[in-house]
Design a protein around this ligand. Sequence first.
Ligand code: HEM
Length: 355
Amino acid sequence: MSASTISRQFARAALRTGARNTFATSSRQAFRQSGRRAYSSEPPKQSSSSPLLYIAAAAAAAAGGYYAFTQSSTPKVFVPTKDDYQKVYNEIAGRLEEKDDYDDGSYGPVLVRLAWHASGTYDKETKTGGSNGATMRFAPESDHGANAGLKHARDFLEPVKAKFPWITYSDLWTLAGVCALQEMQGPVIPWRPGRADGDVAACTPDGRLPDASKGASHLRDIFYRMGFNDQEIVALAGAHALGRCHTDRSGFDGPWTFSPTVLTNDYFTLLLSEKWSYRKWDGPQQFQDKGKTLMMLPADIALIQDKAMKPWVQKYAADNDAFFKDFSAVIVKLFELGVPFKEGTEPIAFKPTNA
Ligand code: HEM
């Protein structure tokens, strides 16, 4: 990459980050102020241990509500509103802003990876897996090699779950993925609530997520199983504009783009514009750019080696709006795989904190 291209890339990232910070400061203050008000979703007081009440609680949870224990032990179902979900969103966004001492300055990418790995276990034939259940809370799924490092994301969300105990982990993880993508300058991603947490018996077998060392036919095996097509595979892979590989997790190393905390179509432009060569190192086979700053996985390079997929890479490289539109649609589909929504569940378009 020429020096001018590099500085253009950095300038682009800096511009976006600058714009973000200006807006984020005021919204953070607004968030803190609103934090002083009492939430309708404050933790319930657990003042009863009656089995009957727990049964009522389970029934309420199954119906999408949350059973709130009151001092008088009168059963009261808490049904969260759009505003309650926006409060969860704001809480996650606030934590993203505050906890900026992680990785490249944001937990955003690892939250996106958590939501994707929770959802990407779906099998359309058996209708198993998917974000409904949040079974990655349990071993063996949490110990699957593909999920290495995702404890950071799950732990990051624990205080949010403690503050809003009525939300299921399965809803929380996907909502956090949406929040992270929007807060990292991505498109609006409509989100619907309604996932219920499963137990350990619902854990999916190992091997349902893609193997980064493999090529296009493997990607098709994995993503067609979930119900995606070639265009959708390419659009989804654009998430690799974000974050990085870690040697202590996947074994691979480095970021895909120069702005790993801002969602752009840079993953596609770099795939096409860089000269990618094998990195000479002790680790697994991966590719590096001429400047040895960036990386691509064999599964990323497969997208430009495959005749049917490459045109989509070219389209998204040329048109960021087209990428954002298709990316939003395919993320909605991914996060909703296998979720039994109640009829009439309306999507929520969360307001980004920098809007
Ligand atoms: C196409 C098949 C895919 C393969 C083979 C793949 C593989 C990988 C690997 C090996 C890592 C590095 C993990 C680490 O060492 O921390 C990674 C990270 C990541 N992946 Fe993928 N991935 C794929 C698809 C996706 C999809 C569909 C999404 C989201 C829509 C996604 C989002 C991410 C993000 C955001 C990271 C960065 C995480 C971080 O910085 O901690 N990936 N991926």
